[in-house]
Design a protein around this ligand. Structure first.
Ligand code: SF4
Ligand code: FES
Length: 228
């Protein structure tokens, strides 16, 4: 069934089941997203994609809210822009975004100033380097859940990682925090591929950043000493 509604003052159409984000994209309207990824089930966690829907008291996450007949949607009202700016400021004041270029671009676009939250508690974590394929730096993790979803029933059905802890202590972890080689992980790399912040990073890239040469990395990978 095709429905009609208003988005940013323009009449748009949607098929039954389409989200507001789907419709916006089809109509060339840019709504920023962070946790949303085409390959994973949308979960509405980050709230960066919020829009204003007439008659709704709170802003709605467009990646999960379905389009409805006769809706009136504003994708960039003052309230929406203010909310997105605050989300970016909170993220930047609690985690390391240095490997998240898309989010840094959003911060510029929205004029986000993390200094607004000087006392925010930062997510700190040691880099976990326990396998030959990738490293995990959870100080860069925004808990978007993409890695958990691709590891589980969105793609790989391996279930090697999940959420652990509560509130600010929540983090992504293996079961019983075991090293990756002791889990069901098959090193498919899908989690690394969907991570938006560099919290999961190919080992080779990490080693190069640490100043290792390609030759040194190759020796480490093969476990062999270079012949003289
Ligand atoms: S590790 Fe990356 S993909 Fe996984 S929840 Fe954190 S930010 Fe998202
Ligand atoms: S992109 Fe919609 S809630 Fe994160």
């Amino acid at each position: 069934m095709t429905i009609t509604f208003m988005m940013d003052g323009k009449e748009v159409t949607a098929q039954d089941g389409q989200t507001l984000l789907d419709v916006a994209r089809e109509n060339g309207i840019n709504i920023p997203t962070i946790c949303f990824h085409e390959a994973t089930t949308a979960n509405g966690l980050c709230r960066m994609c919020v829009v204003e829907v007439e008659g709704q008291r709170v802003l709605q996450p467009s990646c999960i809210v379905k389009a409805g007949a006769n809706m009136k949607v504003q994708t960039r009202s003052e309230k929406v822009v203010r909310a997105r700016k605050t989300i970016l400021e909170m993220l930047a004041s609690t985690m390391d975004l240095s490997d998240a270029p898309d989010i840094l671009t959003m911060m510029d676009e929205y004029g986000a100033s993390p200094e607004r939250f000087p006392d925010a508690e930062r997510r700190e974590s040691e880099v976990k380097d326990d396998n030959p394929m990738y490293v995990r730096d959870y100080s860069k993790c925004l808990l978007c859940w993409r890695c958990v979803q691709v590891c589980a029933d969105d793609a790989q059905y391996t279930f090697a990682i999940n959420f652990e802890g509560r509130g600010f202590e929540t983090q992504i972890a293996t079961f019983f925090d075991k090293p990756i080689p002791e889990t069901t992980c098959v090193m498919c790399g899908q989690c690394v591929g969907v991570c938006p912040t560099g919290a999961l990073k190919p080992k080779r890239e990490y080693m190069l950043e640490q100043g290792k040469t390609p030759a040194e990395i190759s020796v480490m990978n093969t476990g062999r000493k270079k012949r003289k």
